[in-house]
Write a protein that binds this ligand. Structure first.
Ligand SMILES: NC(=O)c1ccc[n+]([C@@H]2O[C@H](COP(=O)([O-])OP(=O)(O)OC[C@H]3O[C@@H](n4cnc5c(N)ncnc54)[C@H](OP(=O)(O)O)[C@@H]3O)[C@@H](O)[C@H]2O)c1
Length: 267
């Protein structure tokens, strides 16, 4: 019997002898494409959370760009020199979309407080604009830093929470497979105000230790949300980065406990 497979010919006769003749074909030249270039755009990279996200991403060797209205970092650290800073306003279409060129993933840290209508615009409309533009430009993954429900506070800060939930809804529609929503409560860490550093961890860190074991209390109606543990800004930054760059990170909403859990996993 003679079998020919890929140039290798074998023949057997009654004595089961194998013809060892092996034809070596000339190797084909295969063009292996270079690995795709990942580029991260951090919206609000000049803010408290955004600056920690930028630093973490630069430390991991990613190509990082940032967009904000001021278009620059107020931080003098060396990592800030490795970020491509763009100036633009998410509420002014046409002023910022060039920042999306070549971008593969986006993390939005844009949000804020003020009057109800301002809070809806900055937390909702500006992020909805960003999500739509990113989806049109073919961005693969989009992480939105939202916020945990705070019961009574939801009524007091109606524009803030309605804006957050509207942006979340848009993200789930436009990025069903690559959209990640983080819902932290209070975020602690070092916040810069001008040249001053505010060490918010002094309160946040011990509170996190106590409250992470009080999950059932957080479900008590009305007062429950007061027991949601704070999380560190480095945990939020790490999980946001993972959500933006890990293709198998699950899409959808990650609550405070999820942020704590994922931040402890090696990445
Ligand atoms: N801090 C917390 O404890 C906490 C807790 C839960 C959730 N969050 C959420 O986490 C996110 C980040 O919070 P944060 O404390 O880091 O806020 P932040 O320090 O005030 O930073 C907000 C950033 O957004 C930029 N920005 C504002 N409006 C913009 C616009 N129209 N177009 C482009 N950029 C704009 C600002 O930069 P410029 O001023 O230079 O434009 C700034 O870099 C927010 O969505 C917030 O709601 C925060």
């Amino acid at each position: 019997m003679a079998v020919s497979n890929n140039g290798r010919s074998l023949s057997t006769d009654s004595s089961n002898k194998v013809d060892e003749t092996v034809k070596v074909e000339e190797a084909e030249t295969v063009n292996v494409p270079p690995p795709p270039t990942e580029k991260l755009l951090v919206l609000g990279g000049n803010g408290f959370v955004g600056s920690h996200v930028c630093k973490e991403a630069v430390d991991r060797g990613l190509t990082v760009a940032s967009l904000s209205r001021s278009g620059r970092s107020s931080i003098q650290d060396s990592w800030a020199n490795h970020v491509i800073w763009h100036q633009g306003n998410l509420l002014s279409p046409g002023s910022w979309e060039d920042a999306l060129i070549g971008v593969t993933s986006v993390i939005s840290c844009v949000g804020g407080f003020g009057s109800n209508s301002y809070m809806y615009k900055i937390n909702g409309t500006s992020n909805i604009n960003a999500i739509r533009a990113a989806s049109e430009k073919g961005v693969k993954r989009f992480v939105y830093i939202s916020a945990a429900d705070f019961g009574v506070a939801n009524y007091l800060l109606q524009g803030y929470y309605e804006g957050k939930r509207a942006a979340e809804a848009e993200l789930l529609i436009k990025f069903p497979y690559g959209g990640v929503i983080l819902r932290p409560g209070f975020i602690y860490g070092t916040r810069r105000v001008g040249s001053m550093k505010l060490p918010l961890g002094v309160i946040g860190s011990p509170l996190e230790m106590i409250l992470q074991h009080a999950k059932p209390l957080s479900q008590v109606p009305l007062v429950g949300p007061l027991f949601i543990p704070p999380v560190s800004v480095t945990s939020v930054a790490k999980v946001a980065l993972r959500g933006a760059t890990d293709p198998v990170f699950p899409p959808g909403i990650i609550d405070v406990y999820g942020i704590q859990r994922y931040s402890q996993k090696k990445f």
